[in-house]
Each structure stands twice: as C-alpha cells, then as structure tokens.
Design a binder for this molecule. Structure first.
Ligand SMILES: Nc1ncnc2c1ncn2[C@@H]1O[C@H](COP(=O)(O)OP(=O)(O)O)[C@@H](O)[C@H]1O
Ligand SMILES: [Mg+2]
Length: 256
C-alpha cells in the first residue's frame, strides 16, 4: 500500500486560550521517515500527544489509513499499529534486557504478565525476543540488567520493545536526545534499518540525523506549520532560516 498513512486536518490544541497547535495539516507518506522539527515551544510534543491520543484536540481531525481516529483511545490506536516509543520505554530497570522485550511481546499478545505460562509458549517468546534484540544489535546484552547498560543502548532497547508491538507507524520523540556522537550514529543507523516496511514519524533536534535519514520534514513554529519538504528544501527556506536564527542556525547549516 502506498499513499498517505497519517493525516491531520486543521489540528488545533488550545490550553486555556493559548494555542499550542494551530490548524496543522500534516500528511505522512507510507514508508517515509518523516521529521517534525521546530524551535523549542513550537508545539512538537503537543502534536505528538495529540497523535497518540494522550491529549484531546480542541478541534480538527486525525486520520490513520483513511480512518478517523480523532476520538480513539491510546490503546485502540496501539492495536491499530500506531506505537509511540516512550509508551513502552517504561522499561523495568531491574529486569534483564531480554525480560523487558519479552514483556513487550506479552503485552502485544494481550496476555500481560503470566507466570504460569507453558514452557513451550515461553520459549517461543524467548525466540522472538532474541530476534528483536538481534535486530537492534543487543544480542550480547540479553542477560544484562537494563539499568547497567549505557544510555544509547537503552534507547536501542526502547526501539526493540516498540518493534515488539508490531508498529505500522512508529512515533519517536527525540530518539537521539542526550546522546554522544557514537550513540547518535548507531541509533540513526538503527532507525534507518527498522524503517524498512514501516513508517516513522519523529521529533528530532539533531539536523545531522534529520538530513541523513529523513525523507520529509515538517517545520513547526509557534504551533503552526511553517514549511515542509526535503531537507534541502526546508533548510534553504528563508522563513525556516529565520526561525532558527540564533542558537540553532549553526546547527541547521552544520548539517550540510
Ligand atoms: N499542558 C499544557 N498547558 C499549558 N501550556 C502548555 C501545555 N503543554 C504545552 N504547553 C505550551 O505549548 C507550547 C508548545 O509546547 P510543546 O508542544 O512542548 O513544544 P515543543 O515540544 O515543540 O518544544 C509551549 O509554549 C508550552 O508552554
Ligand atoms: Mg518537546
């Protein structure tokens, strides 16, 4: 299937008279890695919270695969395949990496914790969990207590637990935030890899990441859509350059 997987129409969110998201019309193409960027306070997180149903829009519509999901609950859209990474990144720090992925898988099966499951179904879960760990390059960490892993690896685990939910559309809120150079590179490659056969919408500050892997970029400013296009298009847009004037202008340029 091609075409638009996610669409918002006139999406608006007001907080006590303050408009955090203002008449946003967003179209995410199936198969794309699509970035939502914008200066601090632009409304990116609010937008994400609307898409994942953590917030109810003041007005406007959200369509997933053409279906109106404006009134859907978070669990409903998760079952439809819209998965936000941090939802499940509520990983259990004192369980092993493998156990965390297994819990993600059990959640997906709707069985939740089930200590008296048969050996056979447990080993099937283990196999699938190991497969997912291999996909995010965490095989060697399977038996590591999660809290003991380096930060970048934890973010990779987060991606594995997201994959466990079989996402059709993955929503990543700043997946490389707070990472050093090497981790940024590794997670960027990972996102690129797991994007195969899926669609990814991500909020990302790092313009190197955005320019490196994103097919399309939407720029928000003060709640409204300022510009859209490829990295080359938006980074040469005078309005975007102005919006990023000051601290972040250098970042935007530095990514070329
Ligand atoms: N729950 C809330 N109540 C009031 N104002 C909010 C709330 N959430 C966000 N805002 C405001 O909405 C604007 C957009 O915030 P946010 O979506 O977090 O921006 P971004 O993620 O782009 O930095 C900010 O001015 C913020 O202060
Ligand atoms: Mg934010």
């Amino acid at each position: 299937m091609s075409g638009v997987i996610l669409e918002t129409k006139h999406l608006t969110k007001e907080f006590k008279g303050f408009t955090a998201v203002n008449d946003v019309n967003l179209k995410v193409q199936r198969g794309h890695i699509h970035a939502l960027i914008g200066p601090n306070g632009a409304g990116k997180t609010t937008c994400f919270n609307l898409l994942t149903k953590f917030l109810v829009p003041t007005s406007g519509q959200i369509l997933f695969n053409g279906k109106d999901i404006t009134a859907a609950k978070p669990a409903q859209i998760a079952r439809m395949g819209v998965i936000r990474s941090f939802q499940i990144s509520a990983v259990f720090p004192h369980l092993t990496v493998l156990q965390n992925v297994r819990i993600g898988l059990q959640r997906q099966l709707g069985t939740s914790f089930n200590f008296w499951q048969s050996e056979r179904s447990l080993s099937k879960l283990n196999d699938r969990a190991m497969q997912l760990l291999a996909e995010v390059d965490l095989t060697e960490f399977a038996d590591t207590i999660t809290v003991d892993m380096p930060y970048g690896r934890k973010r990779a685990l987060e991606i594995a637990t997201t994959l466990a939910m079989e996402p059709e559309l993955m929503l990543l809120d700043e997946p490389t935030q707070g990472m050093g150079h090497e981790d940024v590179h590794r997670v960027t490659e990972l996102i690129k890899k797991v994007s195969a056969g899926r669609t990814i919408l991500m909020v990302e500050h790092n313009m190197k990441v955005v320019s490196g892997i994103c097919d399309k970029i939407s720029v928000l400013q003060r709640g409204a859509m300022l510009a859209e296009g490829t990295y080359a298009e938006v980074s040469s847009n005078p309005q975007v350059m102005e919006a990023y004037m000051g601290t972040e202008a250098a970042v935007l340029e530095g990514a070329h």
